[in-house]
Every structure is written in C-alpha cells, then in structure tokens.
Design a protein around this ligand. Structure first.
Ligand SMILES: [Fe+2]
Length: 250
C-alpha cells in the first residue's frame, strides 16, 4: 500500500479571505451578466450536459455574481465540495492539499469591463462559472479529490510535470464524448469563447484520452491548443489518477 502525504485541514492565511458579496458594485454584476449571457448561449450546444446540469444544481444566476455561501448550501450536501474564497494564486501544494479536502480555492474578484474578453489570472467567472458546476457531479467530484491527493504526493520534477499535464488536459481543457460528439467540460474552455471555438474546430487535433498520451504531451499556456483529449467518462479520469499514483516513486 502506498503511503499518502499528510494533509493539513486548517485554512491557511491565503484561504482566510471573505467574499464580501454586498460590496460588489452594479458594474461588477453587469460584467458577470454579460459573460454569463455570452457563454451560456454557446454552451447550450457545446458543453457537456454534466456542466449544464451542474450550473443549474448549484444555482448560478444570469444576473448576479454568485454568493459562495449560497452555492455551498447546494453543493456541499450533494458531493461534500465547497468553494472557498482565496485572495489570489495559492502555492501549488496548498492548492492541491485543498482539493484533497474537497475545498476548491476560488478567486472572488471579477474582471473589469475593459478586460472582459481576456484576463491572464483567474477571476470568479473562471473559478465559479468555469469550475464549480462540475463539482456537483459525483464521479467528477471523486476524481478531483483523488487528483488533489495524488498531486500532493508528487516529489520529483517528472512527477510534478506529469500532474501539471494531467491537470491541464482534463480540469482546464478537457473534452468528453457524449453520444459520439465531443463536448467541453474543462474550465478554460467553459469560461472562454475563443478557446472553446478552437477546441471544437478543425485546427485542434482531438485525441482519445489515455494517461500515456496526456503525460507525453507538452502544452503552452500562451496560445490556443493544437491537441486536446476526449474522455469517455469521468470514471476514466479517476482510474488515470490511480495509475499515476502507482507510477510515483514514493
Ligand atoms: Fe482554472
């Protein structure tokens, strides 16, 4: 049996951030409203049904930035996941330890109207609209926690790179086959029209997911993706993480 890394369950300083929901301005809510309307119109036909059902289950609304307390009231009883406010990027190990406790670090700021089409760092639209709906799906919820456990166990540079590639090509840029059609579920695709159009267009080589294929594939964060991977189910991802753990030199 493999020894797993001990995980600290206490919230860190970076996690001790509140979402002051009453302090969002009318302009903030209007940015959410514009982004939500634009994306949902396209996602109705391009997103995985699991995302679409999840967005409804957690109560995402078209007209206002979600209140994380309300989201968690719906999400927690379903899968035990919670969206936890953070002030910005967490160190990788802290981020993965948080996943292993079913706590998803969530930025609470929202991009400005001037930057509505692109911001390099995550905001609440990417983190909540893009990520959190899937956390209501039990198979994805189990996979994400298992991923967090495995990622905290990575020690060598090769192991760290392997987990980064797995994260990138699934949680951020993954596609899933639904009745013979590739649908998007990765948060980078869900939250960005441009990346989603590329992922489903003729310039992107969509390959069947396999652990070996994914961990052999490098990626660039500063350009549209040439190659992406399509899973058959989220159970397949859970199994892939188990394989990763077997390969680690623990
Ligand atoms: Fe993300």
């Amino acid at each position: 049996m493999l020894a797993e890394a001990a995980v600290d369950t206490a919230p860190s300083a970076a996690e001790r951030v509140q979402q002051r929901w009453d302090r969002y301005t009318k302009a903030d809510h209007e940015v959410w409203q514009t982004l939500y309307a634009r994306r949902m119109e396209q996602l109705a036909t391009t997103a995985s049904r699991i995302f679409l059902e999840g967005a409804e289950l957690i109560g995402l609304a078209p007209h206002e930035i979600p209140n994380l307390k309300e989201v968690n009231k719906r999400l927690g009883p379903r899968t035990g996941w919670n969206a936890v406010p953070v002030g910005g990027f967490l160190p990788a190990r802290e981020f993965f330890a948080s996943l292993s406790n079913r706590r998803f670090p969530t930025t609470v700021t929202i991009r400005s109207r001037e930057d509505i089409d692109y911001v390099p760092e995550p905001d609440i639209f990417h983190d909540v609209f893009g990520h959190v709906p899937l956390h209501s799906d039990p198979p994805f919820a189990d996979f994400l926690q298992r991923f967090g456990q495995a990622a905290t166990m990575a020690r060598t540079p090769d192991e760290v790179e392997m987990m980064a590639r797995l994260f990138w090509f699934t949680i951020e840029f993954g596609l899933i086959d639904e009745n013979g059609t590739p649908k998007i579920y990765g948060s980078g695709l869900i939250s960005s029209s441009c990346d989603a159009a590329n992922a489903l267009g003729s310039n992107c080589d969509r390959r069947p997911f396999s652990l070996d294929a994914v961990i052999s594939q490098s990626f660039r964060i500063d350009r549209l993706q040439d190659i992406l991977f399509v899973v058959d189910s989220f159970e397949q991802l859970y199994e892939a993480v188990d394989l990763v753990v077997e390969r680690m030199s623990i």
